[in-house]
Structure formats: structure tokens, C-alpha cells
Ligand binder design. Sequence first.
Ligand code: GRF
Length: 216
Amino acid sequence: MEKKRVGVLISGRGSNLHALIDACQHEPDYPAEIVLVASNNPDAPGLRKAADAGIPTLALNHRTFDSREAFEEALDRHLRKAELDLLCNAGFMRLHTEDFVKSWWNRHLNIHPSLLPAFKGLHTHERVIEAGMTVSGCTVHAVRFEMDSGPIVDQAVVPVLNNDTPDTLAARVLDAEHLLYPHALKLVASGAVTIEDDKIVVNHSEKIESAPYSRA
Ligand code: GRF
């Protein structure tokens, strides 16, 4: 099977990017390859992770553009030049314009550290603990106009423990993210799931032990 060409957008540390690179480079028959990593933050540590893995990088500082629109038009141009099949946000901390979202419609994934549609936005783990939740988790979803919303490709669940702080919960969720994102990208890149009319359609099962609650 021909591998899907994937671009990854980051703003910082890049631990999810690292998990995706690992799956692409080390998992036999993984259906995707990362061909570009782009960041709005030229100092993002994730850019170095990508370069160390031999992946082309692009640093496009949003501060050097007059507007969000101008930045996203330039970003879109670079991404199109790379002939991507799929685009993955992995800790990309900029809101997208409607035009950008339309440009990558149903080819654009994001990971969020909560069980969406609950706890959209920032300071997720504080709010989960404050709400007295007994479980939390993470979600990979297709990107839509509204932040942290869109058809849910897959989710992973972790417990919230009595003595959790936002930091301990964040670390547990992050470990789950590193399993979930490679799995969810595999589902989409292989065609095991497709996004049709704003619904996720499961075409065939790709069940693996590390994703016990996975939809496929
Ligand atoms: C992750 O928790 C992700 O869910 C959120 O931002 C964080 C990025 O972390 N969108 P990293 O840069 O992948 O380490």
C-alpha cells in the first residue's frame, strides 16, 4: 500500500510528534510517512526532534505576518507544495482561519487532552479535577471551525486518582496520547475509518491491545 504523506503542525515540545515519528519510522507496514513538520514557533523543541529524524522542517513565525489570515495563507501554500494527504496538529497553539480549515477539510486531525466534547480549551486537567471526574483521557478528532470540535476518530481513557494534581493527571493523559495518536492516524491513513458527512465510518477493524476502547 502506498503510504499517505503526512504533515505535522507543532508549537512546542513535540512529544506527540515524536510518537508519530516513531510509529511511521519503526512500525512495519505503518500506512503513513511524515514528510514535513511545520511550526509557528521557530524555537519549538519539536523542530529539532523532526530534523534529528531526517524530516524536512518549516519554521514560519506568525509574529512576522500582519494578520492571522496572511500567516495561514502562507502556511497553507507551503503545506500544499509538500503534496500532503493528511495534516496532523500536535500541540499547535494557533486558532485556524475558516479558509484554512476548509482547505484541509476531512484531511486534518487534532489531538486534545480530554474526552471531548467535555473540557474543550485550555487548563483541561485543572477543570477535570475541579469537576470531580473519575475518568479523563484524550481525543483525536477531525478539525472543524469551532476549536476542539469535529468528528471523533478515536479516544483513550485514563483514571483520575484521588490524589491527582493537574501535573500528575497531565502526565497520565500524555502517555495515553502517545498511544492514541499513532493509532488514530493509522486508522485514517489505512482507510480503516473514513470521515463522511461529519460522521466517522468504520470500514474494517484495526484493533490493537494498547487501545482497548478504540472504535476500530
Ligand atoms: C498535548 O497535550 C496535546 O494534546 C495538546 O497540546 C499538548 C502538546 O504536547 N494539544 P506535545 O507538544 O505533543 O508534547
